[in-house]
Ligand binder design. Sequence first.
Ligand SMILES: Nc1ncnc2c1ncn2[C@@H]1O[C@H](COP(=O)(O)OP(=O)(O)OP(=O)(O)O)[C@@H](O)[C@H]1O
Length: 273
Amino acid sequence: MPMSSIIVPDTCHIELDHVSVVFGSGAQQVTALSDISFQIHSNEFVSLLGPSGCGKSTLLRLVADLLQPTTGSIRVAGEEPERARLQRQFGIVFQTPALFDWRTVRHNVELPLELLGTSRKECRRMSGELLEMVGLTRFADHYPWQLSGGMQQRVSIARALALDPPLLLMDEPFSALDEFTKEKLQLELLDIKRSTGKTFLFVTHSIPEAVFLSDRIIVLSAHPGQVHSIHSVNLPAERDRELRETEAFYRMMTTIRNCFYEERDPIHVPAHQ
Ligand SMILES: Nc1ncnc2c1ncn2[C@@H]1O[C@H](COP(=O)(O)OP(=O)(O)OP(=O)(O)O)[C@@H](O)[C@H]1O
């Protein structure tokens, strides 16, 4: 995999400063996010964790320039999100793979490169590298509908990496997958982080997933969405399957879980949850 060609100006990769988002008006008005401030540094893996409706996806959409904040400011690699998007500073992976069924796996991965006018030969070389990275070399000429859900999500990760962005934004990418596939893809994602040195902003509502993957976890509370607390995950950088059985892993999960059951300043979880 080539090193990222885009230089990130300093170690602060994402910065949110007093960001709020209000949808609608009058009786329909919803404050989705209120006064959110945090920084994410280069090469960090940070998860946004919180109950349904706390604003995780809204936050990710702000960083991805899919939505503007009502107040506050956002910087991605030192730039406004729109400029960062135009500079191809980030790739996005959504919960649903959103692949083109009429294009083969290889051609799905090559699409962003084709749109940039990359030569056929270079497209082929890069898609080959990316498909090897996500373990799909044998399936390059298959169509998405011939793949399992986990394999489809691997294709969308490869496609998000095609332009070698320094930052990967992921919105619950594994939540629709079975436990076995999920755990395998989590390990593969950590391998990708190790081999590429990219920064990850990862949305999840799974405590074990956030603990296993992250360097830091930003816990959000709901109605309105606010930063409840930010936790460093003090687990070894090299993580494997066995880590999930360790006392340290359970302790970290308990620390995070307790955020949702504190007596003072509890995180609001809707009654139907
Ligand atoms: N386009 C929109 N118009 C109006 N309200 C919206 C819009 N998008 C999100 N909301 C509201 O903002 C709040 C946060 O939604 P968001 O989807 O960001 O939460 P979430 O934490 O990602 O939820 P989930 O885990 O269920 O996906 C919710 O109350 C939601 O109803």
